[in-house]
Design a protein around this ligand. Structure first.
Ligand code: G6P
Ligand code: MG
Length: 216
């Protein structure tokens, strides 16, 4: 049967998850509280605005929407400093090989990311033109775990949701894939991503054997 892939970006194609973490942690510290990697798991896959709300909750800081605005700018400005230095070297191991494999087998793939910076990041690492479709934070109104981003991706690929395989590193992303009735491959801690159809500890797990196995 015909299948297609939909990839999350941050933490799957490139390791920008670490840059998001650094920028959020600095913001939290500047507001006077600690922000750990464990806290950061809650922000993965979540929109910028929602991420700030979760972060402020962790620090028990209450702000008006007006007061939140400069903080969102501050976080994104720092994040973009890291992004602007990115090169193709920051594509995660196994991803180039995986995309080559999909091209060779004429399997279509799209991007399904919550990030408004997704097109810029893809440009930076030279992958912008490889995706058959790009759905990013500018295209969706409902953030993961809502399935919207992946359903639009399937639509753009002209594929039925049940024939799409989502690759995700975020709990919210795996939930979104499941809500879209798609197959999901979680990248990361199997305990955190236990709702995924398959879990790989990192992107080096995309071997030919693994791909043949899941496409049976
Ligand atoms: C991805 C990341 C999140 C990030 C969100 C919005 O889903 O996993 O950590 O907050 O995108 O990204 P943006 O680049 O628009 O701030
Ligand atoms: Mg991600």
């Amino acid at each position: 049967k015909e299948i297609a892939f939909i990839f999350d970006l941050d933490g799957v194609i490139v390791d920008t998850a670490k840059y998001h973490f650094l920028a959020w942690r600095n913001l939290a510290n500047s507001l006077g509280f600690e922000f750990t990697e464990e806290h950061n798991e809650l922000l993965k896959g979540v929109s910028r605005v929602r991420s700030l709300e979760i972060l402020l909750n962790i620090g028990k800081v209450e702000l008006t929407d007006e007061e939140k605005q400069p903080l969102l700018v501050q976080k994104n400005t720092e994040y973009l400093e890291y992004v602007n230095k990115m090169t193709a070297d920051e594509i995660l191991p196994g991803i180039n090989g995986l995309l080559d494999y999909l091209d060779e087998h004429s399997i279509k793939y799209a991007l399904g990311s919550a990030s408004k910076n997704a097109p810029l990041i893809l440009e930076k690492v030279g992958l912008f033109n490889r995706f058959a479709a790009i759905v990013d934070g500018n295209d969706v109104s409902k953030a993961k775990p809502d399935p919207e981003v992946f359903l639009i991706g399937a639509q753009k690929l002209n594929m039925k949701p049940e024939n799409c395989i989502v690759v995700e590193d975020a709990i919210a992303g795996v939930e979104a894939a499941n809500a879209a009735k798609m197959v999901s491959i979680g990248i990361g801690d199997a305990n955190l991503l236990s709702e995924a159809t398959f879990v790989l500890s990192d992107t080096t797990g995309f071997t030919i054997d693994f791909l043949r196995n899941i496409m049976k």
